[in-house]
Design a protein around this ligand. Structure first.
Ligand SMILES: *[C@@H]1O[C@H](CO)[C@@H](O)[C@H](O)[C@H]1NC(C)=O
Ligand SMILES: *[C@@H]1O[C@H](CO)[C@@H](O)[C@H](O)[C@H]1NC(C)=O
Ligand SMILES: *[C@@H]1O[C@H](CO)[C@@H](O)[C@H](O)[C@H]1NC(C)=O
Ligand SMILES: *[C@@H]1O[C@H](CO)[C@@H](O)[C@H](O)[C@H]1NC(C)=O
Length: 615
């Protein structure tokens, strides 16, 4: 890469040496041809169905032979192949041109079920990557006696932050004898990062690298080339599924209690196939499935998915459907998130019948936050920004009145760069979201850049809170309108923002979250989906400690991503109590018992809150 760049640089300079000119011409030619090769050959997955041979080495050899026949030489086959899938099923991922992919899909290569182009899937957390450190508040009795003992939950996600207290292994049983996995090392991750809680970890990156080879990656988010979680998502989902007990967890005294995952005595196996910048590619996801099946996990949790239009699981074009199918036939229960494109119907993804597809619900915990106006009226919104609300009364102003450009309405919902900094400076700004697309974090950045000290964001009903760098409070449209009429009437409108409080059990819940993707499946509406719903709004769990200011390694996130590992944890409890139950039996136990194992107690344990939209 470096040397290529340097040569380009030499060649673009005016350099009249004949030798250099000749080199440059050659380079020019080579460069063009390289680009041609890269542009026309892409990673494809050649899926061959059930493996015909129990010996992985023979299966791999068969893949190489097939590619050699296609590409004409052994060397070309070795250069082209990136993965051989040989444990749970048979197939391989290789760089192929369109015509090569067509040839291999055609009848001349028997046994090929489907050729799939490598695509990107995304993690199913919406709203906020941001976080605040309030530890999970829970008390009372333990859910069941087994607590997932002896089971292994595999997470195909963005990795793990192994130092989190949630992955402490004191009190954990020895590693189950059926475990065949490894603790793969890499950047800031080695065998010492695995223990009796995190019993294995692997990472899969080749598909992502290939997919993004030609992209200019100036905005790459830092991620670790190892199972270490550069985002926080995988840490959150893993600790939700099987985090160990964290005693006296609290955040600045705000919440104090025992934090725990769904199956605190279950073991964790980490498969990092999702990357901060690249997302998760089919090739990497399938490799994760293949290894997880080999390693001996009991449950697989995937908070990952495509967006609609769906790729067909019926004719095997959907990698998650393929991987989960083979996992299920080997006795592994696979739990997936339903996606976050709700509340519109037919947005649900991961709809293969053998999967457990999980929707997200609210919980009975809210974070009411007082807004006191200059006329002494107090109105209520919601916020999760603790100890940021330090200002007393300051000026409050409506964003549209301080628009830089009055010819459009970009200031109304505080779009980037829309506010006049002279007028916003030192004030609380009130903005109205036009739809639920504009998010509060982006609006708060706009206000902060204009020198504002707080944001009140009026929004249509929408679940899931986010933390901002300046105090940001979400209100419903009704409250927003009341504040606006105060601003219009008052000569010098002022307001004071208070710290949020945690209030539990005052609102009806659970309720399906606004963002949770809705059925019916656009692929097969006859198959009822989602299968089950679990808490996925403002869920607190372990996170990658990012900065020292507000992080104590716990974050509050929303999404069907958060709901999925709740069900994976419960599936582990069932598996632990009934080791011989098949994935179908476990799924049946989950979906046919509305409040299994004890919804109310479970609810109290994990998380609480509905969504009063600031009222
Ligand atoms: C693993 O990493 C830890 C902490 O970075 C280090 O102290 C230890 O020597 C490493 N162990 C091996 C086997 O590389
Ligand atoms: C990458 O993008 C940056 C900024 O957009 C640009 O300056 C740079 O020349 C680009 N590099 C390549 C290799 O395209
Ligand atoms: C608001 O309340 C404070 C103290 O409670 C009082 O001093 C002040 O006069 C009140 N202001 C208005 C506008 O009612
Ligand atoms: C911002 O508002 C002030 C006061 O009305 C005005 O003088 C200034 O020109 C405005 N700034 C811009 C960039 O429009």
């Amino acid at each position: 890469m470096d040397s290529k760049t340097r040569r380009d640089w030499i060649c673009t300079k005016k350099n009249y040496s004949l030798v250099v000119l000749a080199l440059c011409l050659l380079q020019h030619y080579l460069h063009v041809s390289i680009i041609l090769v890269e542009a026309t050959s892409e990673v494809h997955i050649v899926y061959l169905g059930e493996k015909k041979n129990d010996d992985p080495a023979s299966t791999k050899k068969f893949h190489h032979q097939m590619l050699t026949t296609l590409l004409g030489s052994k060397e070309a086959a070795y250069r082209s192949i990136i993965y051989s899938y040989k444990h749970g099923f048979s197939g391989f991922a290789a760089r192929l041109t369109e015509s090569q992919a067509e040839a291999i899909a055609a009848a001349e290569f028997p046994g090929v079920v489907q050729v799939i182009r490598n695509r990107i899937h995304k993690l199913h957390t919406t709203r906020s990557w941001d976080f605040i450190g309030i530890h999970q508040h829970s008390s009372g009795n333990l859910l069941t006696k087994s607590m997932g003992k002896g089971t292994i939950i595999g997470l195909i996600d963005s990795g793990v932050w192994p130092e989190s207290k949630s992955f402490n292994d004191e009190g954990m049983d020895p590693i189950p004898t059926h475990w065949k996995g490894i603790c793969q090392q890499g950047e800031h991750f080695n065998s010492t990062n695995c223990n009796r809680k995190i019993i294995g970890a692997r990472w899969f990156r080749k598909g992502a690298i290939e997919h993004f080879k030609n992209l200019n990656r100036t905005n790459t988010v830092v991620d670790f080339r190892s199972p270490r979680d550069g985002i926080g998502h995988g840490t959150h989902t893993a600790s939700t599924a099987a985090g160990y007990f964290v005693k006296r967890a609290n955040y600045r005294g705000l919440a104090s209690g025992l934090a725990r995952g769904g199956a605190p005595l279950a073991h964790l196996a980490i498969y990092k196939a999702c990357w901060a910048f690249e997302g998760c590619t089919d090739a990497d996801l399938l490799k994760a499935f293949d290894k997880a099946i080999h390693d001996g996990v009991d449950i697989l949790s995937l908070s990952v998915g495509n967006v609609t239009p769906l790729f067909s699981y019926v004719d095997q074009r959907d990698s998650i459907a393929i991987g989960s199918f083979h996992a299920t036939t080997k006795g592994i229960t696979v739990v997936c998130s339903a996606g976050n494109d709700g509340p519109i119907s037919q947005t649900i993804v991961n709809t293969a019948p053998w999967l457990i597809t999980v929707a997200a619900t609210t919980i009975d915990r809210v974070f009411p936050t007082a807004i006191t106006l200059g006329n002494n009226h107090t109105l209520w919104g919601q916020s999760i920004d603790i100890e940021k609300h330090k200002h007393g009364f300051v000026g409050i102003i409506y964003s549209e009145r301080i628009a830089l450009d009055r010819t459009n309405d970009s200031a109304k919902d505080c779009q980037p760069g829309s506010l006049n900094a002279t007028l916003a400076s030192g004030k609380i700004v009130l903005c109205f979201s036009k739809s639920d697309q504009q998010d509060i974090e982006s609006a708060s950045n706009t206000v902060q850049e204009a020198g504002g000290v707080g944001l009140i964001f009026a929004q249509f009903p929408n679940d899931g809170l986010a933390s901002c760098d300046i105090p940001c409070i979400r209100v419903g449209y009704e409250v927003g309108t009341q504040i606006l009429s105060y601003i219009r009437k008052a000569r010098f409108p002022i307001a004071k923002l208070s710290d949020p409080k945690t209030v539990i059990g005052k609102w009806a819940s659970p309720r399906v979250a606004s963002f949770s993707a809705r059925g019916p499946s656009s692929m097969t509406p006859e198959v009822l989906k989602p299968d089950i719903a679990a808490p996925g709004v403002d869920i607190i769990a372990a996170f990658r400690p990012r900065d020292t200011k507000h992080s104590n390694g716990y974050a509050l996130l929303s999404g069907t991503s958060m709901a999925c590992p709740h069900v994976a944890g419960i599936a582990a409890l069932i598996k632990s109590a009934h080791p011989n139950w098949s994935p179908s039996a476990i799924k049946s136990a989950l979906v046919t018992t509305g409040n299994f194992p004890d919804w109310n107690r479970w609810n109290k344990h994990f998380s609480r809150r509905p969504n009063p939209q600031g009222s």
